[in-house]
Design a protein around this ligand. Structure first.
Ligand code: 1GP
Length: 238
């Protein structure tokens, strides 16, 4: 399977459910995976800014219960497992911390090559949402101000020109406000690669608006942890 080719085909809007291994008991994990199957979720992402649970155990448990592709959404180099189908190889290009631009990649690249999982280079762009997020704190980077869409566009363009395959517009997990529709539509108008949007998406209405302004794939985590039954509602927005 080539996950990137599928996303690139843009034949439909897609939904990814993000599972943070630390935030779910085995029972709640199983319930989320069950609901993902029922709702035909497109991808399951696994990871977080700080994960202390063994990520391979979580991915193994998910893979036993579903054929939905599992992608690692890593906060750092220890969040890697060959049990996954692929990894969003995030370069945090909104920030100026070399560790998250290239340092962690140098450490992880040889192991990733050996694992054979699909590696998808992703321009990861953190946008301010009114409160300090875990990504901001853990990466020691400053998000792009929410009222500066031109900086977001320039950053996304730079990522595309550097050869990255996806643009991920991130408000941060549990964000009070998701990425603005203005930012999404301006990035869409100025770039040509698929756009992922995540952080603070909590309802079908949010998802519909974000899709209609240019997102190809949305990522939902916190809302699902609070209520796994919201998965169907979110998927209905596709
Ligand atoms: C976080 O974009 C993801 O990195 C998902 O955010 O937990 O707010 O859905 P939420």
């Amino acid at each position: 399977m080539n996950i990137y080719k599928e996303i690139l085909s843009r034949d439909k809007k897609r939904v990814a459910i993000l599972i943070d291994p630390d935030n779910n008991s085995p029972e709640s994990l199983d319930r989320i995976v069950h609901n993902c199957n029922e709702s035909h979720v497109d991808y399951i992402f696994v990871g977080g800014s700080l994960v202390v649970t063994n990520i391979a155990e979580t991915i193994g448990r998910i893979k036993e219960q579903t054929s939905i592709p599992v992608l690692i959404f890593p906060g750092n180099v220890i969040q890697i497992s060959e049990l996954a189908d692929g990894i969003l190889y995030l370069s945090l290009i909104s920030g100026r911390n070399p560790e998250y631009l290239i340092g962690q990649h140098v450490v992880s690249a040889p192991g990733l090559k050996k694992s054979g999982i699909e590696v998808i280079p992703t321009a990861y762009i953190l946008i301010e949402n009114g409160k300090t997020t875990s990504v901001e704190y853990m990466s020691n980077t400053i998000p792009i101000p929410a009222d500066k869409p031109e900086i977001v566009v320039a950053t996304a363009l730079a990522g595309e020109m550097l050869g990255m395959k996806l643009i991920y517009l991130e408000a941060g997990s549990g964000a009070a406000k998701s990425v603005s529709l203005k930012i999404i539509s301006e990035v869409k108008a100025n770039t040509g690669i698929p756009i992922l949007v995540g952080g603070g998406i909590r309802s079908r209405e949010d998802a519909v608006m974000i899709f209609s302004h240019g997102a190809d794939l949305i990522v939902v985590g916190s809302a699902v942890e609070e209520n796994p039954d919201i998965i169907q509602e979110i998927c209905d927005a596709r």
